[in-house]
Design a protein around this ligand. Structure first.
Ligand code: GDP
Length: 195
């Protein structure tokens, strides 16, 4: 689907560090431990492209990956760390706001939600920010292999209900398991189909 190298490009800590806006771009956001690194690795077919374990001090960068010659995949720092210092959180929120409202080539944000837990308050804050930044976002449920069908359907209904309140939400929810490979090809095709 993507022609050209899939690779880590750079970590960015300020808007001045962003690469030229010359490719279609998608970003990935999610609470820490939602399975974001694992999903990015599955998506790119690279075992340890995105760091599989994150600690607050190391993850305040916006990480850019190339998806072939046509797309950037952007890994946003995980949010919702229990012990993250207020100053770090504030700095990150400032950069996030600047990034979301100042990136003309950003076509879609994928917001990762644990299929066992549904949308929490910290997720709601990001969704509201995406609304106000006018960035279309799509919810991706992670770790689908960890949830029974009945619980999954309950979470899907909760997420659907929450999305109805967000003007920037794309209605289709993608169910994934990086463990089983569920939904990975679908997600790849969604990204490749963005123009
Ligand atoms: P991040 O903090 O969002 O980048 O989360 P990680 O990718 O580091 O994943 C957090 C934990 O969840 C790790 O122990 C992963 O092995 C596990 N994990 C991630 N994706 C899946 C999945 O699809 N299924 C299962 N069962 N575990 C997963």
């Amino acid at each position: 689907l993507f022609t050209g190298p899939v690779d880590f490009l750079k970590g960015v800590v300020a808007m001045s560090g962003l690469p030229p806006a010359d490719r279609i771009e998608v970003c990935f956001a999610g609470r820490s431990n939602v399975g974001k690194s694992t999903l990015i690795n599955a998506l790119t077919g690279r075992k340890s492209l995105a760091r599989a374990s994150n600690t607050p001090g190391r993850t305040q960068e916006i990480n850019y990956f190339t998806l072939g010659d046509s797309h950037y995949l952007v890994d946003l720092p995980g949010y919702g760390y229990a012990n993250a210092p207020v100053k770090v959180v504030e700095k990150w929120q400032r950069l996030l706001k600047q990034y979301l409202s100042g990136r003309p080539t950003l076509r879609r944000a994928f917001v990762l939600i644990d299929a066992r837990h549904g949308i929490k308050k910290v997720d709601e804050d990001i969704l509201t920010l995406l609304d106000s930044s006018a960035v279309t976002f799509q919810c991706v449920l992670t770790k689908a292999d960890k949830v029974k069908a009945k619980d999954r359907d309950r979470v899907l209904a909760q997420v659907r209900g929450a999305l109805a309140k967000h003007p920037a939400a794309f209605p289709e929810i993608v169910l994934t398991s990086s463990e089983k490979g569920t939904g990975i090809a679908t997600l790849r095709a969604i990204i490749a189909g963005l123009e």
